[in-house]
Design a protein. Sequence first.
Length: 154
Amino acid sequence: MNYHQYYPIDVVNGPGTRCTLFVSGCVHECPGCYNKSTWRLNSGLAFTPEMQERIIADLNDTRVKRQGLSLSGGDPLHPQNVPDILRLVQHVRTECPGKDIWVWSGYKMDELNDVQREVVELINVLVDGKFVQDLKDPALIWRGSSNQVIHHLR
Ligand code: SF4
């Protein structure tokens, strides 16, 4: 998996103070996409084991308390990203007790395959669905268009 941006301290993408990772790779091609540069899977930087360790360490950093981890992109549930995302969320679950995990994906909940569902079973919130320009509403929180659904899973 590749990623475009990592913000160790972020107060914009999800509730509270968070760590946020924007991964590379998206097949949805939504007109008006806010992050078109992330579409290509091989764009950005390699997501290494060191990067994963850094995220774990940042989430556990007591100097700046983080509420959790946000995974966006691109699409964290792109089939080619799922193995690394699954590994990451498994580590966060075991090594960062009390931290929540939010994922933004262009796939709808009912379109997910078994492996994508393994990720969803470990996260707290899935914001699903493509961005639809005609349904764009700046008043919405945590989503760009009104067709997208915030699923609180645990
Ligand atoms: S799912 Fe998100 S990243 Fe992918 S094209 Fe749509 S808005 Fe852009």
